[in-house]
Design a binder for this molecule. Sequence first.
Ligand code: GLU
Length: 309
Amino acid sequence: MIMTSSMTFEPVLKRIAREVEQLPGRGRPADYIPVLAARDPRRFGMAVAELDGTVYGVGDWREPFSAQSITKVFTLALDLAREGDALWEHVGREPSGNPFNSLVQLEYENGIPRNPFINAGALVVTDRLHTRTGDAAGELLAFLRAESGNPGLGFDTQVAASENAHGDRNAALAHFMAAYGNIGNPVPELLDQYFRQCSISASCADLALATGFLARHGIRADGGRLLTRSQAKQVNAVMLTCGTYDAAGEFAYRVGLPGKSGVGGGIIAVVPGRCTLCVWSPGLDERGNSVAGVAALDRFTTLTGLSVF
Ligand code: GLU
């Protein structure tokens, strides 16, 4: 079934949901944030949003879940839109080859994180956005509400508090980078911003719609421009190479799209010029990516022929 522009996505989504239902193992929900550990790994939802905001879905596609690291894409875009290339002096854009919360590389590389999607890099981006806006998490939430058309999106204070209570590693990363002069705000203030950012609760429909600007080459839902065409390409490229933890090579091989996952079990993906996707299922593999989510995106690109390759 190769997609043409006049086809609806509904049949392909239904077929994927049926196939995913048969998947033998579903992985395990993240347990380092206790509130997330309680989610049922058999939940599954998937949404596809067209460039004009038409959205299709299957399963639990309207059920809110914890967006977690998916939000790193949006803070990156919001900061890049403000400061442009100067950002890249403070964070790199190479895959790390290390777990998302690793400290080791930071010392060798003088407090400059490898990329904006490992925690250290995301902390730098949030710090810079916070300096520019005075409220990075609030800026992010306003953006997600506007792009999804859902004014009900909000922070999950229980998830944020839970992360704060188990946040020693993120605190260590932030303090370490502050020692190198790569963090501008007081660390406790930055961590509060970062944990609230990660705690945002949104559905597949919300996140597929909010990602639309990356398929529209930088253009927001209201027609205004957030990123230049070239910056939208850059964000997509960093998603492709660094967006799925230490498994970005495998994800590119199987799915062939820029994507970003989070430990809540969500994954967003972009078909530039065509559509955006979000899939959610809380069971994670050993690298931290949703088992059913990766399988569903793999099937989507195989069945539709929609990929960047
Ligand atoms: N809030 C999480 C953390 O910093 C984000 C993890 C993720 O989704 O990768 O540990």
